[in-house]
Design a protein. Structure first.
Length: 749
């Protein structure tokens, strides 16, 4: 059978809401034993449904009492958030025990004037946010709503105070001319136009311009737009544990030594019970910090903290965007700077202040530029500083490090302050400037690497090395090789004018590349067929200066070239070549004799060469060959070969003591040539064989002799036969031969 239809249950219509307003006039006081609040009048709006307040507006009464820090301590936590971002963490005062504060004591409500209660037709605006009960306390004319809490040692005033019982939203109101004020004796004062706190959400906001200051007034935070805070919520009530604080609009943080400004400040906090423990602070928009030590500006700054127990310590600061720092005559600009921070145990100031921190390491990235008042500078794409290890790393394409006197460039430059050293592990250059810094007087380049220690004076470089020195406008000296090792010693005080730096460079003291003289150097060529070389060029201003052909040239080549400044000796321990050229014409007829020996001389050897600059002599051995071409048109060229050869040069020996590579005034002019062992010589059509030959380039006369009864023999195609003798004089210019000791004559039997 069909089931009978079940009748619908009757629907119960919801009861209508009833709204009332209560007005308390003539002065109102709300009090507990340790606290009271006073106003000129109070208003309360209430929603009733069936004579009851709907929802769970008062359901929280069974929960623990709300934390003491709900109003004053919570508001003042903003100060902790912002100040800590600039001057390190300051722990909030511990929240007192509710029992000691008497939160559960009876509350008295007194009204001195009439009380009016009347119903309202529509929902009032005061309950528009969803509250079933709202209270507003107001001041009349220039009076203020005041409150004080002797347990929290807090007091303050406002034009009005509102509270929504359902939303648990507390608001203290004022305007720019009459802002709200809340003071907590242990923490400081908050001044703002309007302050609201969501006691259930933990969200607080200070609208309009505001000020936070500590009890002494030495530390303060100001802003133009607003400040927002977020507190941790437990059991439906806001606690005093701050999670985040934000201030915006020309924010200014200040203490006795530091002023920090930014458009926005955002601080985050770790959970620490009743304490605000800062773990990160971000400042954005025209960030600038001015301290007693210097200034820093950037588009954004990010400060991160290490949280340990109930306190935190800054450990990393990151500044980005148009970063510029200046401190004690030092400046740095970069796209980004990161600094590792640590407490400075040796600092005399408060350990919680910025002066109680030190930078242990720093990294600057993106178009980095650093300079000091003393002329020291560094530029690169990345500059990293290890303050503990006292090292600096500059990376770029290329990066540069220098002073007024010298500049080092390379893709990687490593500086070690403890060892006073610099290393470039890759290709690079070194430019040495003059004492006035107006021109380059020496340039070095390498393709392998370079290291230099100012502590030991040791310098080493490898890979296609070229060192060009122009100590004077009419001088250019060049070293080439693929490996160089040198030792430079400090120039004694007062001795700078008598010493030489690099190749023929006469200088006094400087920071990098100056104040030292070459003690010893080894230049080698090991990777190619081209030998190492030392080239010294001199130019004449009359002939066009450095743009013209050199008037004097010295070129020394060999697989290895060694310079010993202490001994004043240059050596080539293997096959090599020495070219000397002096193309200066005689200036007057009386100087003809002085200039007679000028011209060019080329020496080759297969054994070794030792050039003693103090004695003005170059000694060569093993298959030595010399070609001498005098400058004068009426002088004959000479070719000479021997097993050993010693050449003497003109010039004052004292002028040679400056450095092995510094050229004496007349050094390119040969004074004497002493050849020994299997000597062969040719001048014009004449050729000569001897055991020994002494040649005087000034007169063009050669003194040849034989050893152990041998013969000196001259071959002349224009003569009927060879000329032989034990000793003879040969004029290479005229071809005349004078026998000094004839050969022995043996008569036939």
């Amino acid at each position: 059978p069909a089931s009978a239809a079940t009748p619908d249950k009757p629907r119960r219509e919801p009861e209508p809401s009833q709204f009332y307003i209560a007005l308390f006039e003539g002065g109102v006081e709300i009090a507990q034993p340790n606290r009271n609040l006073m106003a000129d009048r109070a208003m309360a709006w209430v929603e009733l449904i069936g004579s009851r307040i709907p929802g769970d507006t008062f359901a929280q009464q069974d929960h623990p009492a709300p934390p003491v820090s709900v109003i004053p301590a919570g508001i003042l936590s903003i100060e902790r958030a912002l100040l800590t971002a600039a001057i390190a963490n300051i722990a909030q005062p511990e929240t007192p025990d509710p029992e000691s504060l008497g939160l559960n004591e009876p509350i008295s409500f007194e009204c001195a004037g009439p009380v009016t209660v009347r119903p309202m037709r529509d929902r009032p605006a005061a309950l528009g946010g969803g509250d079933a009960l709202a209270v507003r306390l107001e001041a009349i004319d220039d009076a203020r709503v005041t409150f004080d809490d002797r347990g929290l040692l807090a007091e303050g005033d406002a034009d009005w105070i509102e509270y929504g019982a359902t939303t648990k939203l507390l608001t203290l109101g004022g305007d720019r001319d009459h802002p709200t004020r809340t003071t907590l004796e242990a923490s400081g004062t908050l001044v703002a136009e309007t302050v609201s706190l969501g006691l259930a959400t933990g969200v607080g906001q200070a609208l309009g311009a505001g000020l936070l200051s500590d009890p002494t007034g030495d530390r303060s935070v100001t802003w133009n737009d607003q400040a927002d805070v977020v507190f941790r919520v437990e059991n439906g009530w806001m606690t005093g544990s701050l999670e985040q604080a934000i201030a915006s609009g020309a924010v200014r943080l200040q203490d006795s030594t530091t002023v920090v400004t930014a458009q926005d400040v955002n601080a985050r906090f770790a959970h620490g019970g009743s304490s605000a423990i800062l773990e990160r602070a971000v400042l954005a928009g025209d960030v600038r910090a001015d301290t007693s030590r210097g200034t820093l500006s950037a588009d954004r700054a990010d400060i991160r903290f290490i949280v340990e127990g109930d306190r935190s310590t800054p450990h990393l600061a990151i500044a980005t965007g148009n970063v510029r720092g200046e401190q004690e005559g030092r400046r740095i600009t970069a796209d980004q700077i990161e600094a590792d921070l640590a407490p400075d145990a040796g600092a005399e100031s408060d350990e919680n202040s910025a002066d109680g921190l030190r930078v242990t390491a720093a990294r600057a990235n993106g178009t980095v530029s650093y300079d000091r008042d003393d002329g020291t500078f560094a530029q690169g794409e990345t500059v990293s500083v290890d303050a503990l290890g006292k090292t600096v790393l500059v990376l770029g394409s290329p990066g540069t490090v220098g002073t007024r006197d010298a500049i080092v460039s390379g893709f990687r430059i490593e500086l070690d302050d403890d060892n006073r050293s610099i290393a470039v592990p890759g290709r690079g250059t070194l430019d040495v400037r003059g004492e006035q810094g107006d021109r380059t007087i020496a340039t070095a380049s390498w393709t392998g690497s370079m290291t230099y220690s100012d502590a030991t004076g040791a310098l080493a470089a490898d890979g296609a090395i070229e060192i060009v020195s122009t100590p004077e406008p009419l001088q250019r000296d060049t070293l080439r090789g693929d490996r160089i090792e040198a030792v430079l010693e400090a120039i004694p005080e007062g001795d700078g004018e008598d010493n030489v730096q690099l190749i023929g460079e006469r200088r006094g003291g400087s920071d990098l590349g100056g104040g030292r003289r070459l003690v010893a150097a080894v230049v080698e060529q090991t990777e190619s067929d081209q030998p190492a070389s030392a080239e010294l060029l001199r130019f004449s201003e009359i002939d066009g200066g450095p743009e013209s052909e050199p008037t004097r040239l010295t070129l020394l080549t060999g697989r290895t070239i060694r310079a010993d400044d202490a001994a004043g000796v240059l050596t080539v321990p293997g096959a090599g070549r020495l070219l000397l050229a002096d193309r200066r014409p005689p200036e007057t007829a009386s100087a003809q004799d002085e200039n007679a020996s000028r011209g060019s001389a080329l020496f080759d050897w297969e054994g070794s060469m030792r050039f003693d600059r103090r004695e003005g002599q170059a000694a060569m051995d093993r298959r030595v060959r010399m070609v001498h071409r005098p400058l004068a048109d009426d002088r004959a060229s000479v070719e000479l070969e021997a097993e050993r050869l010693t050449a003497g040069f003109l010039g004052d020996a004292s002028a040679r003591l400056t450095s092995p590579l510094a050229e004496a005034e007349n050094e390119a002019a040969i004074e004497t040539v002493l050849a020994r062992g299997a000597v062969w010589a040719r001048s014009g059509a004449q050729q000569m064989l001897a055991d020994a030959l002494d040649y005087d380039p000034a007169t063009g006369v050669a003194n040849a002799s034989a050893a152990d009864g041998g013969w000196v023999t001259i071959f002349d195609p224009n003569q009927g036969g060879p000329v032989t003798a034990e000793q003879l004089l040969w004029s290479l210019d005229t071809g005349r031969v004078e026998v000094v000791r004839p050969s022995p004559v043996t008569a036939p039997r």
